[in-house]
Design a protein around this ligand. Structure first.
Ligand code: HEM
Length: 82
């Protein structure tokens, strides 16, 4: 699998695609970094605080994770509907 940044760098090297500049590349990466860090941190912060204040919900969530995943594997997108 190619890394997102590598694909963008290859795109910026294609002479036939001159509309994509280094400045565009920096803009996209800055955008992703700013849009992705605060939102993810706040979501994780909210979820952890909520679970700490609601131990019954925390127990139910743990049971659901144990039931779907068991103990020997990490989750994948295929687990989403389960
Ligand atoms: C729990 C985490 C996140 C939440 C709650 C969140 C929330 C949002 C919301 C509400 C929007 C506006 C959508 C709209 O008005 O159309 C948005 C847009 C966007 N988000 Fe997130 N986001 C999260 C994680 C991320 C991450 C990890 C990235 C990048 C790595 C990211 C990149 C972006 C970008 C680039 C846009 C603009 C999309 C566009 O203009 O079409 N976000 N996000």
């Amino acid at each position: 699998m190619s890394h997102f940044t590598v694909i963008l760098l290859e795109l910026s090297d294609l002479s036939s695609f001159t509309a994509f500049t280094d400045l565009n590349l920096v803009g996209i990466l800055t955008d992703m970094s700013l849009a992705g860090s605060d939102t993810s941190a706040n979501t994780a912060n909210f979820a952890i605080r909520y679970l700490v204040q609601n131990p019954k919900v925390q127990t139910r969530m743990q049971q659901e994770i144990d039931q779907v995943l068991g103990n020997d594997r990490w989750f994948t997108l295929e687990d989403k509907p389960k």
